[in-house]
Design a binder for this molecule. Structure first.
Ligand code: CA2
Length: 149
């Protein structure tokens, strides 16, 4: 399918450490591996995908601002910012296209402080708990949404 649509994949704090610790929760794949499978899924669906990771909320907010009119959709794993970073929530709310929240683990089955997401209210949906496949499902969810909206 030929599309000239671009997806922005954002990853938040500590996700650059994936593959080095806590493999029982986050698996053995690195962030680079996750970006690679997401890129493959995007290309298969006719999109291009750019990825950006930061440990800084302000850098993520600036990237979301810059995405306006540049990208059709945003997929974001906000890391721990998920649970309290209203600046990221507000920035995503100001983005025109669909936003999908993804998580490697399932925050709902973990500590109670992970049960709140300030990103979920501004996303079209959340995919959590499927490891690397969460990123692939996130891309497929965007493709399905853009085909039907
Ligand atoms: O499951 C997810 O994708 C999370 O967004 C991951 C975040 C966590 O705070 C969220 O509740 C759920 C944390 C990622 C930290 O990743 C690390 C990986 C290796 C070593 C240390 C941290």
């Amino acid at each position: 399918m030929a599309r000239s649509l671009k997806i922005l994949l954002l990853n938040g704090p500590n996700l650059n450490l994936l593959g080095t610790r806590e493999p029982e929760i986050y698996g053995k794949s690195t962030l680079q591996d996750h970006v690679a499978v997401a890129t493959q899924a995007a290309v298969a669906a006719g999109f291009t995908l750019d990825a950006f990771q930061s440990n800084s909320a302000s850098e993520l907010v600036n990237k979301i601002h810059d995405a306006r009119e540049q990208y059709s959709a945003i997929i974001i794993n906000p890391g721990a910012f998920t649970h309290y970073a209203w600046s990221i929530s507000d920035a995503l709310n100001a983005f025109d296209g669909p936003v999908v929240e993804v998580h490697i683990s399932n925050p709902q089955s973990r500590e109670s402080w992970r049960h709140t997401s300030v990103v979920a209210p501004v996303a079209i949906g959340t995919i959590a708990g499927f490891g690397q496949q969460s990123y692939v499902l996130g891309v497929q969810a965007i493709a399905h949404y853009l085909d039907n909206n």
